[in-house]
Ligand binder design. Structure first.
Ligand code: A2P
Length: 339
């Protein structure tokens, strides 16, 4: 019989946890024992995994001994408290929160970009990047390797699922209420999200950027292993359920034509180019990304305002490639190491 791995999902009842479970099943991950962990509120609920019915367990009372791989997506506070305990008990922790991303002893890995970094994990923890950084770098890493990227200007259009299940509920309920001429007070988001845009994700920092924006600066440099890259993001929450989009403006070190960029992107692992310069000939969250794996790139063109400028439109499912899929791909790299 082929080797199996005991897997725990921490935050299994959340938007990302649920997707982790689907992706593990779709990719036929060699699971032995499967532990679904959440808060005491969800303990006792049953979740289907193929033919199995798995009872959700309370993380607080769970003994991690015997877990080989733990996928965490229950927020930074939970990761800070429990990930080291799981690692000490012998599990490889793949953490979707930002708790350890900037720790020098924790690799930050996009499976298509820097899989080699996964092996060096003295704390037993591997960090899964932020969703916006993830999809951007799947597309930009091949360009950076070919001609060098000097500067990235990026505006994101981020779906509400990035804020978890309660974010989706707020958009749904608020939209329905407003269409019925009712009011629905914002709770999850700082202001109304239905039929609106919010240029504010995560907390404000002293430099005027938000933490979500600075994650893209810090994580890009760490993943590409190049501190010279300048990144200037504006992160915006939009009333879309699944799929983040990004308008990316690059300044490369050497000139790269749009035609050569297209050739590089068409050969890039994890990327699908959708760029027909006709109505509908570009990716959108609804028509392409939601529920699928690739990072889609369209609107590839040379920047009329800069001699080494290139513009791209990058769209991907933030819950899948931006979180659950990459986490499972990292778990697959762990399996590969051990086989
Ligand atoms: P629960 O459903 O029991 O609250 P989302 O990002 O979609 O909001 O999901 C967050 C995930 O993190 C859920 O699975 C949630 O479980 C879990 N979670 C939140 N707080 C805790 C906690 N204190 N202990 C364990 N899991 C938690």
């Amino acid at each position: 019989m082929s080797k199996t791995y005991n897997v725990a999902i921490v935050g299994a009842t959340g938007a990302v946890g649920e997707a982790m479970l689907s992706v593990l099943a779709e990719r036929q991950f060699p699971i032995g024992k499967l532990h679904l962990l959440a808060s005491a509120r969800s303990a006792g609920e049953k979740i289907d995994y193929g033919a199995r019915k798995i009872v959700v367990e309370d993380l607080a009372g769970f003994d991690p001994a015997g877990v080989d791989i733990a996928l965490f997506s229950a927020g930074g506070g939970i990761s800070k408290e429990y990930a080291p305990k799981f690692a000490a008990a012998g599990a490889v922790v793949i953490d979707n929160s930002s708790a350890f991303r900037y720790d020098d002893e924790v690799p930050l890995v996009v499976s298509e970009v820097n899989p080699q970094d996964l092996a060096n994990r003295p704390r037993g923890i591997v960090a899964n990047p932020n969703c916006s950084t993830m999809q951007m770098l799947v597309a930009l890493a091949p360009i950076h390797r070919a001609v060098g990227i000097e500067r990235i200007n990026v505006a994101t259009y981020q779906s509400v699922s990035g804020a978890g299940r309660s974010g989706m509920e707020e958009l749904g309920r608020q939209s329905a209420a407003m269409l019925g001429f009712q009011t629905y007070e914002p709770a999850k988001f700082p202001v109304q999200i239905a039929f609106n845009l919010i240029p504010h994700i995560d907390e404000f920092l002293d430099n005027g950027y938000t933490k979500e924006e600075m994650k893209m600066v810090w994580e890009t440099r760490k993943i590409l292993g190049d501190d010279r890259i300048q990144v200037n993001p504006t992160a915006v929450r939009v009333p879309v359920f699944y799929g983040h989009s990004e308008a990316v403006h690059l300044e490369t070190r050497q000139k790269l034509s749009a035609a050569d960029a297209r050739v590089l992107l068409e050969a890039a692992p994890g990327v699908v180019v959708v760029d027909d310069r006709a109505p509908g000939g570009y990716p959108t969250p609804v028509t392409h990304a939601a529920g699928t794996d690739p990072v889609y790139v369209g609107r590839i063109r040379e920047d009329v305002s800069h001699p080494r400028g290139l513009d791209l439109w990058i769209v991907s499912d933030n819950i899948r490639k931006g979180a659950a899929l990459n986490a499972v791909q990292l778990a697959e790299l762990v399996v590969k190491e051990r086989s």
